[in-house]
Design a binder for this molecule. Structure first.
Ligand SMILES: CC(C)(COP(=O)(O)OP(=O)(O)OC[C@H]1O[C@@H](n2cnc3c(N)ncnc32)[C@H](O)[C@@H]1OP(=O)(O)O)[C@@H](O)C(=O)NCCC(=O)NCCS
Length: 294
């Protein structure tokens, strides 16, 4: 078995591995984004493991985050995963990173940690000196079709209700950089990065303004583009409690319904907000995991 850097020409074979190996995440749909897409702090590094001519495993890191690690089921239990993980750990350590975290890079992440049901991977990582870090994170699923709370009519009614309070509510424009700047100033972190990705055509961002100033935004398909993944969303503090978050969430859910039956709301904040606005069909929980080098 040989481990060497993965090239774009390997993407079809790598995608097939993610489809076969990752039972908990829709990794294959976003293979290009996870293996080769930029993160908020630079480009990723991806490797493949070959047995003869066959690609049997892939892994990628971006800065101090393990983006993805997967081995073809038929090629497991002969050291492929260990070799790929060791390559990732060595590269991160040599780049001066004090630790690696599993999956949860804000801005470009497959999931906010390892799915709690993925016992095999959690145990496998623990045997390799990875430890759990902090509280589990949650994603939610919302039904966006055949859901009386998620309809175009309700989205329009909620938008109308905030317009009556003097807000301008609309879809953001392609590359609306003033919005990215405003979100960077108010919220910071990885949100501007994710938002900029959602502002590509077709734009998955809705905004509310008051007298020309941004007051709220909601985005989908910035991270994990193509999965109908919701977030980030934020309302400026002075404008909270007026229905802006719900109106913009509904606008996004109606968009997502064009391509998906359910919308995954990632790494959630206030769960009751989503429960009230659109109802929930399922929860997902994730274990944050970390490997310290020092
Ligand atoms: C986790 C995963 C990458 C491990 O891949 P793998 O190639 O089977 O890993 P290894 O072969 O190195 O290790 C598996 C076991 O086989 C053992 N093994 C390694 N070489 C061996 C050999 N030559 N003969 C027999 N057993 C061997 C290892 O010791 C290990 O057992 P342990 O965990 O009890 O120590 C793989 O299970 C996987 O792809 N899982 C799903 C992907 C996923 O969900 N990823 C997370 C989201 S990206």
């Amino acid at each position: 078995m040989r481990v060497r850097p993965l090239e774009r020409a390997d993407l079809p074979a790598a995608t097939a591995i993610l489809a076969a190996a990752c039972a908990f995440d829709r990794a294959a749909v976003v293979a290009d984004e996870k293996l080769f897409g930029r993160g908020p702090v630079g480009d990723p590094r991806a490797w493949g493991a070959w047995e003869g001519e066959a690609l049997v495993g892939v892994a990628a890191i971006c800065a101090r985050y393990l983006r993805v690690l997967a081995v073809m089921p038929a090629a497991r239990a002969r050291g492929v995963g260990s070799a790929l993980l060791a390559t990732c750990e060595t590269a991160a350590r040599e780049a001066g990173e004090p630790r690696l975290r599993a999956l949860d890079q804000p801005g470009n992440y497959l999931a906010p940690g390892i799915d709690v049901g993925n016992h095999e991977v959690i145990t496998w990582l623990e045997k390799r000196d990875w430890v759990r870090d902090g509280e589990p994170r949650a994603n939610l699923w919302i039904a966006v079709r055949d859901n009386p709370r998620v309809t175009k009519a309700r989205a329009e009614a909620l938008a109308e209700a905030v317009r009556e309070q003097g807000y301008d509510v609309r879809r953001a424009r392609v590359d609306e950089t003033a919005l990215v700047d405003a979100v960077a100033k108010e919220f910071g972190g990885a949100w501007p990065f994710e938002l900029a990705a959602a502002l590509q055509d077709p734009v998955g961002v809705h905004v509310a303004l008051h007298e020309g100033a941004y007051c709220a935004f909601a985005a989908h398909d910035g991270n994990n583009r193509g999965l109908g993944w919701f977030g980030p969303t934020g309302t400026w503090p002075a404008h909270r409690g007026k229905g802006l978050g719900e109106a913009l969430l509904l606008a996004c859910l109606v968009d997502v319904a064009e391509h998906h039956e359910r919308c995954e709301v990632a790494w959630i904040g206030p769960r009751p907000f989503y429960e009230k606005a659109a109802g929930l069909v399922e929860d997902r929980a994730f274990v944050a995991m970390i490997k310290r080098f020092t």
